[in-house]
Design a protein around this ligand. Sequence first.
Ligand SMILES: [Zn+2]
Length: 360
Amino acid sequence: MEMPNTSPPTVTLEALEAKYAVAERTSAANYAFYLGATNDNLDVVRALDPTAAAGIKVFMGSSTGNMLVDDEKTLAAIFRDAPVILTTHCESTPRIQQRLKAAIERYGRDIPITEHPNIRDAEACYLSSSKAVELAREHDAQLHVLHLTTEREMALFEPGPVAGKSITAEVCAHHLYFCSDDYAEKGNLIKCNPAVKTRADRDALRAALKSGRIDIIATDHAPHTREEKASEDYVVAPAGLPLVQDALLSVMELVHDGLLTLPEIVVKTAHNPAVRFNVRERGFLREGYHADLVILDDRAETHVRRETVLSRCGWSPFEGSRFRSRIDSTFVNGHLAWHNGALVEHDRASRLAFDRQSRY
Ligand SMILES: [Zn+2]
């Protein structure tokens, strides 16, 4: 389920269908796409067939791609009228701009990357995510808050199973793995929005998975080139990481460390996304369901090196990591797609279907 801040941005029904057409020809994975909301495409949001998109993404704070929705009336109308689940990127842009200005005054062009979580700080996250939750309550909307990063935000969400919740929460693999201690070694390679925060924040995210305040584990996949990421200039270096390849292995480290159980990983990465997004006949090992399977060996290691990176961008923030699991095989709709450390060519990927009759 891919995000709309692409080039061109997915903010019209035509752009959405154009992506499906490309995926139909080229995708090796099953796919669906989000429609992006903007300050001026409310008509498109209202006209969306609820089965035609994974959901609607609302940038309540700006990130890569300049799709910020900051018009208060439009924002309220989106929450009131969206025909499908809303997913939000929550960071307060006015606060970030103010803190970036202060950092430029202090450091000039030499802002150290360690300032990233101070510029895009916990308060910027809370201001925005608390507002999203408030709007969802006010308008009785279905809301899924994406890629949470801070301890403070956890109080906004209810513990317990996903079924029946109208407001749900997500964490990304890299925010469970990295913390601010890693900027010294990784630098801009782990620059992402929202920023990787403190060790205490990371611990709180892990605990929230256990309690059910966080329902879903997802991943970023923003394959900026090595040259772009190598920029010495904090302001110029793009935010985002290529993570799809090793996301599951990185999350499995939580199992090896005794923080989560294997069944809990299955719930957060497969069952809950299927339940929350009403994905038809996927996400569970069930008779009659599509066989989207991963066979994982939890007694073999994976050493991530530059040579093992499959993404065209040619780098991974996990380079040098030694994961205590290995993916043996991956099946897409029952067809082998990955085996013995290599991709298997196939043309069996398909568009995800959603069981959504009415507004939700
Ligand atoms: Zn986002």
